[in-house]
Design a protein around this ligand. Structure first.
Ligand SMILES: [Zn+2]
Ligand SMILES: [Zn+2]
Length: 282
């Protein structure tokens, strides 16, 4: 059975893709860095990778069913638009992967737009440097929220298990690629970002300037930001000189795992929620 072998191999496929891409990007960062790191890498990597381990464990306990398994359940029960139509299988696969990417983009805009959700998401932005580990640094409550949204979107779309697995592997790989502190040739960056999010494009989103932080919400396809008017091509201070992080969390201790976990409940919401963006500035 394709279904059973897919389910049995799903964790192995995801874990090998994670380790493989992580190793490639970490090496690329050493060989061809885009910026000098500003704080201790040891502390940041311990905290960022610690939060990955914590998130994996928490998600497994609260959502014992993986999204791929949930997609099987939807297919068996005929839930979701794509499970109701008789279209070509490849077309349905492509539509499901693209639609899942759109909903991830929309979710990202939403966590910047709603002040309470911004409190959860700002931990991703409070990283004072930007490298491959930043891509996996999300607060556990935001991870649980994304799981719930992902399940709802899978049920709504009727995305097939294969589409969900492909999307999850691509999202994971792209998150590590586009957070990497790597210098791509500018020509290659320009060609890639016609369709995909590149490290230079997503780095703008980690700028400490609210205007830039509320831009470039995409993780995989760059088209959503261009289409919906949230695209900023380059940071105003340039990639070497721009400041990464948030003004309100710049102390060394803010990079500690325990401080990261309590960050949503600390201090005021801050200046960064999208509704505070000055839309008249370029
Ligand atoms: Zn963000
Ligand atoms: Zn990011």
């Amino acid at each position: 059975m394709i279904g059973e072998s897919l389910l049995a191999n799903e964790p192995v496929i995801r874990l090998s893709a994670f380790i493989g891409i992580f190793a490639i990007m970490a090496l690329a960062e050493l060989l061809q860095p885009r910026r000098q790191l500003t704080v201790s890498k040891g502390l940041r990597w311990f905290s960022n990778l610690g939060i990955v381990a914590l998130n994996t464990a928490i998600a497994r306990v609260i959502f014992p069913m993986a999204p791929v398994a949930f997609a099987f359940l939807c297919a068996e029960n005929g839930w979701g638009v794509l499970n109701l139509v008789e279209w070509n299988g490849w077309l349905k696969l492509a539509l499901a992967v693209i639609a899942l990417d759109f909903f991830i983009w929309l979710q990202h805009v939403m966590v910047h737009a709603i002040p309470m959700l911004w409190r959860l998401h700002r931990m991703h932005h409070a990283d004072l440097d930007y490298d491959v580990t930043t891509g996996a640094r999300f607060h556990p409550i935001e991870i649980l929220l994304s799981f719930a949204i992902k399940f709802a979107v899978i049920a709504l779309l009727g995305a097939s298990p294969v589409a969900v697995l492909i999307f999850e592997v691509i999202l994971n790989a792209m998150a590590m690629f586009n957070h990497a502190n790597v210098r791509l040739p500018l020509g290659l960056d320009a060609v890639l970002r016609m369709l995909l999010v590149t490290p230079d494009m997503h780095r703008v989103h980690h700028s400490s300037i609210p205007q830039e932080c509320n831009s470039n919400f995409g993780f995989n396809l760059s088209i959503w930001d261009r289409l919906f008017g949230t695209y900023t091509a380059q940071p105003s201070l340039g990639h070497e000189n721009m400041q990464i992080g948030l003004d309100m969390f710049r102390k060394d201790k803010d990079e500690r795992l325990d401080q990261m976990l309590i960050q949503p409940f600390r201090d005021a919401t801050g200046e960064y929620a999208i509704n505070r963006r000055d839309w008249n500035k370029p």
